[in-house]
Ligand binder design. Structure first.
Ligand code: 7TS
Length: 410
């Protein structure tokens, strides 16, 4: 599909974008941290609380029925969003972090033992590192890493063959790096892992709302994402798990909702996905997320991806024309963000001064501390884009960066 879209007109759907910060029009370039929410998502939440609010799966009164229908419709919508085979492959979580922790706690507890290897990459977010380190401590498993080649944030694929040994039980990797903007070849890596019977997890926190995602085409066993990064509410996300593999996994937490029958000594659990969802869930979250997915797909994620890349390339080209700047991430096929350091200026100073110009950036290690250390830096400054951002905003950002350089050159 190649429709032409009036991107700046979409901005009207986002009430928050229409404001000034420190007397300057807000330029929101912290979308990798969280995205803004369109009116339709806000309205879906208000509608739910004003008309339908009730607990799900237990009442047989009208409001409970409405809530349950909307809650499960969101699950079906999520399956479609990821092209999963069935809604039963979608487990609600608080976000990407909890989704990965769920896999570590349940699949990991069942299938990993001492001496097994968990293969990760050196560009992972802490949420795809720490749960595996905790699991490795509990089980005696080891962690190995596909190395990064350098500032370009690319994986050294020449090392993959020797790393995929018979000891490896799981390959877990990020789809799009939040600190570099690299797009990893996840389908190729999943295919290689699958040939060896290795289970795969893709961290889709930065990809799900930015490009079309097809979990069957990627060929992963698990895929995790967060609703708040794709125009949905905070506190809701999902784990996709292939049915065959979910069936092998014990429950996550115990409590109401996830059981078939309970005795004083023994409990029989529901099948997936309900087995993994104990207690009253976040109900408004999936409903808001449903509205967000409808909103994104009305634009078309292939169009969003093209727009993201255009902005990132435009920003990257202008930043590379500056002196005394170190740029991170790939030149080609860059996701919608730029990551950089100005010589002799701390990333936090860049962010603080940019904020005075109305531009919201992020500075720090971006929860990728090991990667920062490997590249010999403490932090970078990052501008991350979404479809409601414009080239005119990138121009403001570049002007602000030039001002900051001038200020520090004095
Ligand atoms: N994985 C990646 C690649 C991420 O970018 C993030 C959040 C997470 C996992 C965790 O997602 P959560 O919703 O469970 O917190 N990334 C960022 C960021 O880049 N700045 O703030 C959060």
């Amino acid at each position: 599909m190649n429709k032409s879209i009036d991107w700046s007109a979409l901005r009207k759907d986002f009430p928050i974008l229409n404001q000034e910060v420190h007397g300057k029009p807000l330029v929101y370039f912290d979308n990798a941290a969280t995205s803004q929410k369109p009116r339709s998502v806000i309205d879906a939440l208000v509608h739910y609380y004003e008309r339908d609010n009730a607990n799900v799966h237990r009442g047989i009164h009208e409001l409970s029925n409405r809530s349950t229908i909307a809650f499960e419709a969101a699950r079906t919508r999520t399956a479609k969003f990821l092209n999963a085979k069935s809604a039963d492959e979608i487990i609600w979580t608080r976000g990407t972090t909890e989704a990965i922790n769920l896999v570590a706690a349940t699949w990991g507890a069942r299938h990993l033992k001492s001496g097994d290897v968990i293969l990760l990459t050196e560009v992972e977010h802490h949420s795809n590192l720490v749960p595996w380190q905790l699991l490795a401590q509990r089980t005696g498993a080891k962690i190995a890493y596909i190395p990064v080649t350098g500032d370009d944030g690319a994986l050294d694929l020449t090392k993959v063959g020797s790393l995929l040994t018979s000891r490896v039980k799981l390959l877990s990797m990020v789809h799009i790096s939040n600190s570099m903007g690299t797009v990893n070849p996840v389908a190729e890596l999943c295919a290689r892992a699958r040939q060896l019977g290795i289970v795969t997890l893709v961290d889709g926190a930065q990809s799900a709302g930015h490009l079309p995602v097809d979990v069957q085409a990627i060929g992963c066993d698990f895929f995790a994402f967060s609703g708040h990064k794709i125009c949905g509410p905070t506190g809701i996300g999902a784990l996709y798990g292939r049915t065959e593999i979910l069936e092998t996994m014990p429950p996550y937490q115990g409590g109401g909702e996830m059981i078939l029958t309970v005795g004083y000594q023994k409990t029989e659990f529901k099948p997936a996905p309900h087995r993994f969802e104990a207690g009253t869930p976040d109900i408004s979250g999936p409903i808001g997320l449903h509205a967000a997915m409808d909103y994104l797909d009305a634009i078309g994620r292939e169009n969003i991806w093209r727009h993201d890349q255009e902005l990132a390339n435009y920003a990257y080209e202008q930043l590379s024309a500056l002196k005394n700047i170190r740029l991170f991430g790939p030149r080609q096929n860059r996701a919608g963000l730029v990551s950089f350091l100005l010589k002799d200026v701390h990333a936090h100073d860049v962010v603080t001064l940019a904020d005075q110009g109305g531009v919201a950036l992020r500075g720090g290690h971006h929860c990728t501390q090991p990667l920062m250390h490997k590249l010999g830096v403490e932090s970078t400054a990052r501008a991350s884009f979404y479809f409601y951002n414009t080239k005119a905003e990138v121009d403001v950002f570049i002007a602000v960066i030039k001002e900051i350089q001038k200020f520090f050159a004095q």
